[in-house]
Design a protein around this ligand. Structure first.
Ligand SMILES: [Fe+2]
Length: 439
């Protein structure tokens, strides 16, 4: 509760927060009477206490985000995002947002959380707006009834309110997070679920979807490691929407990369998500016809195809050498660090197996593009170039990890270490002369 209490106290300097009902502990002891302000003194009285009800139920903010205010935030998000703008123009009229937003005024507690989030965790709020929009667009593309699509939107708008209860010191930590830190952060899912379950009248399907937003179809998610057959449709649409926004904000935005490039990353992780919604996201982004940033046109095509072909062969050799180096020593060594590295190469192998990256078809397309100026760049090749950048990233990362494993002297068995080191001789050359990205 304390992080949320701190946010309320901070907020109250510009948007006064008042107690609307006597705040009591689980044992019935009065802590703060109705009408008191939620200020520093209130913080001292309430911190660390177990309240009879969630704190949010005891307080009122002077000003709350209204349905009209939320609509304005969404329109601003759409207008400032090239990708959303193109979707809104083509397929998803802005007028469909108004009735969806109108729901907000029925749920003052949700208004409270979004108001606190927009002022105290604005980055999270901006991402939340994107998750809500993505969820709504995917649901509309699936032709779900408008009320079901609105539920997905509201699950998107509320899925991470549990983050308001996570210790900000852990969230902003720059050093490596410990297992306990991760467990604490992952706890946001259960907090979101239990808080939303206490909101009167909020549809159960929204609460269930929020509880599932980090679950994955292949059972690799949390908190319950559910599998596809145990998950709701709304929950899986939300999971994809959240993943798409996460990939974009966590990895691409800072590098100036675009939404368009999310597709191959999503495709590589397809087993984790509802297949249909992945397909829909890819189709939606394709249909937006935004230009691909790193793809050439016209006379530059043959040269690009030639470089991509060379890089493709280079990556395949690199992958095979790295795999052989790590798997030739078998799996019965009992060395946990080495097992972890073997798991990564196994994961890379399965991830890229489902892509066109090392298929003869792709090489043939590239060869014909390389030899004839008249052959244009197909979308398949354009996507393959993005997948290829991903492969480069993964191989560089794992190669460095193997290098560090050898250098650290942590290998349990010297014979195995020597064999890995010998195998790595073939790989170190790739790291010394890493392939340049294609663009
Ligand atoms: Fe989350």
């Amino acid at each position: 509760m304390d992080p949320y209490l701190r946010y309320l106290v901070n907020l109250s300097t510009t948007n006064p927060v008042t107690v609307i009902e006597d705040i009591v502990t689980v044992d019935g002891n009065l802590l703060l009477a109705a009408a008191a302000p939620v200020d520093e003194q209130a913080y001292r009285l309430l911190q660390g206490k177990q309240l009879a009800k969630p704190l949010a139920h005891y307080v009122r903010l002077s000003s709350l985000i209204s349905a009209a205010g939320l609509l304005q935030y969404l329109l601003d998000t759409i207008r400032s995002t090239e990708y959303f703008q193109s979707l809104a123009e083509r397929k998803h009229p802005l007028s469909s947002l108004e009735p969806v937003c109108a729901e907000l005024d029925k749920f003052p507690l949700v208004q409270q959380f979004l108001t606190v989030m927009s002022s105290q965790m604005n980055d999270l709020f901006q991402r939340t707006l994107c998750v809500g929009l993505w969820g709504l667009y995917i649901a509309q593309e699936m032709r779900l009834p408008p009320s079901d699509a609105a539920d997905v939107f509201w699950a998107g708008m509320t899925h991470d309110i549990g983050m308001l209860f996570v210790d900000p010191k852990i969230l902003h930590k720059t050093e490596k997070l410990s297992t306990e830190d991760w467990q604490h952060i992952q706890g946001h899912v259960e907090i979101s679920r239990s808080i939303l379950a206490s909101v009167p009248g909020l549809p159960a399907v929204i609460v269930a979807a929020v509880a599932e937003h980090h679950e994955r179809c292949d059972g690799t998610g949390y908190p319950l490691a559910k599998v596809e057959s145990e998950l709701s449709l709304a929950g899986q649409i939300l999971a994809v929407a959240d993943a798409v926004v996460g990939i974009y904000f966590n990895r691409f935005k800072a590098q100036g990369r675009r939404w368009r490039e999310v597709i191959p990353v999503l495709e590589m992780n397809r087993a984790a998500y509802l297949y249909r919604s992945c397909e829909i996201v890819s189709t939606m982004i394709h249909r937006s016809e935004l230009p691909l940033p790193n793809v050439v046109h016209g006379s530059g095509v043959p040269e690009f195809a030639e470089r991509m072909l060379q890089q493709n062969l280079h990556l395949q050799n690199w992958f095979i050498q790295l795999r052989d180096c790590l798997t030739a020593v078998g799996y019965t060594h009992g060395d946990r660090k080495l097992h972890a590295l073997q798991n990564i190469i196994f994961h890379i192998a399965t991830t890229f197996k489902g892509t066109m990256l090392f298929k003869a078809d792709l090489r043939e397309s590239l060869e014909s593009m390389a030899s004839d100026e008249g052959v244009g760049m197909s979308k398949v090749v354009a996507d393959a170039s993005l997948v290829q950048q991903e492969m480069l990233f993964h191989l560089q990362r794992l190669s460095r990890m193997v290098q560090m494993y050898i250098a650290s002297g942590e290998a349990k068995d010297p014979t195995i270490r020597a064999r890995i080191e010998e195998g790595f001789m073939n790989i170190s050359g790739y790291l010394e002369r890493p392939d340049q990205p294609l663009n």
